[in-house]
Design a protein around this ligand. Structure first.
Ligand code: ZN
Length: 416
């Protein structure tokens, strides 16, 4: 017995002591809880979770943070990225993005990064390999991915993705999309519907990459839970918002990457000159933010339809779920989500609606109830900023501190 006790004291206690996080009390802070604003409250976090909100009494060892003039928000969620390595998850976290939804990555990397996750990296969920046809979108990146061509293959295809560790199923549907002379083969609408049905039968979600308004309609008719992009048509069909609302789907607009497709310049350009973002951007990040796709120079593709659609979707009550498609041209991890929110406000959303799109809306759409809001019992993924982002969306960039599961992130690790 004595030996066991000694073992506990010598070995277990130091392990616990090392990993206990100091409780933190935010005092007199403006709170955006994922849905609405409370002008002044106290928020206590303890053991990695949000303990209490309101005038609250702190434990003796709590660190006190004066929240005067500051706003506390849930950690931001970027619902469309492609995770490339641990450093890309660290970069996201530096900018207050505490969770990312990956929309295509190699399953082996997904497995490795999920097992290595720590408090210096954003958390992520992943689609792993997408559903596409031979030669279709997703096959052009230099590594071999599985493909399917007919509805009868859908069930075994989805089973194989779930065995690989996919959290949800991503489908590439590019019917009706061409960039000049480039037109890729696409999965058929029937096969897409079969893949969605197979995912649903296994209690998994299915989200669809589309590029045109007609493709968006097909995907939603086929039963998609959400669209992984908005389209790049010159205008949005007048009934588009009502149509999506009637089918209870959500949309991840990814206006950040859309602007790099339609030009004339990427939306990333204005992030580079923002003094709140630039100290944390590498030279590589900056050149990526300034890049566009070749189509941007042709002037043939318009961002107007996509921007119109965002306003229609909000007006008809469709959940808008913020996503960037980083690290595609014109984007980078973390910083681009702040640009995406600015684009939503420019499309007609209020700053609060934009903040909902990056917090409670993605958590609800992807069924992760432990985050996306500030409420007792939820994971203490938090972003503390100067000013009132619910009135001026640019204030999300004026970051004071980022917390992942109650741990304050060392943002200097990523400053240049
Ligand atoms: Zn993507």
């Amino acid at each position: 017995m004595k030996i066991i006790r000694l073992f506990l004291i010598l070995f277990l206690f130091p392990v616990l002591a090392c990993c206990q996080k100091t409780p933190i009390l935010f005092q007199h802070v403006r709170v955006f809880d994922g849905v609405q604003v409370t002008p002044s409250a106290d928020v206590l976090i303890e053991n990695g979770v949000i303990k209490e909100i309101g005038p609250t009494v702190a434990p003796g060892n709590a660190k006190i943070v004066d929240g005067t003039g500051k706003t506390l928000l849930p950690g931001l969620i970027d619902a469309h990225v492609h995770v490339h390595g641990a450093e890309t998850l660290e970069q996201a976290l530096t900018f207050g993005v505490t969770t990312e939804f990956d929309m295509m990555m190699p399953p082996r990397l997904e497995y490795q990064l999920k097992s290595e996750e720590n408090d210096h990296m954003a958390s992520f969920l992943s689609a792993g390999n997408p559903a596409t046809v031979p030669g279709g979108h997703g096959t052009e990146y230099g590594f071999v991915i599985p493909t399917l061509t007919k509805p009868s293959e859908a069930e075994s295809f989805v089973d194989a993705r779930l065995r690989e560790g996919s959290d949800y199923i991503k489908i590439m549907y590019t019917a009706g999309v061409s960039f000049g002379r480039i037109q890729r083969p696409s999965i058929s609408k029937e096969t897409m519907a079969a893949v969605i049905a197979a995912a649903h039968a296994r209690h998994r979600m299915a989200v669809v990459h589309i590029g045109s308004a007609s493709g968006a309609r097909d995907a939603i008719e086929a039963g998609a839970d959400g669209l992984a992009h908005i389209f790049h048509d010159a205008s949005s069909p007048r009934d588009f918002g009502q149509f999506v609302a009637a089918h209870h789907a959500f949309v991840i607009p990814t206006l950040s990457v859309l602007h790099a497709v339609c030009g004339p310049e990427s939306a990333g350009v204005r992030l580079v000159s923002d003094p709140n973002l630039s100290p944390y951007l590498s030279r590589e990040n900056i050149s990526r933010l300034q890049e566009t796709f070749p189509s941007a120079r042709s002037g043939m593709i318009s961002c107007r339809g996509g921007t119109q659609a965002v306003a229609q979707l909000e007006a008809t009550g469709v959940p808008i779920v913020a996503g960037t498609d980083a690290p595609n041209p014109g984007t980078t991890y973390g910083a681009s989500l702040h640009g995406e929110l600015q684009l939503y406000v420019e499309a007609g959303l209020t700053p609060i609606q934009a903040l909902v799109a990056a917090t409670s809306a993605p958590a609800a759409a992807f069924h992760i109830p432990d985050r996306g809001r500030i409420a007792p019992g939820l994971r203490a993924d938090l972003l503390l900023v100067n000013g009132h982002p619910d009135e001026d969306i640019l204030a999300t960039r004026n970051i004071v501190a980022v917390y992942k599961a109650g741990h304050e992130v060392d943002r200097r690790r990523n400053s240049r």
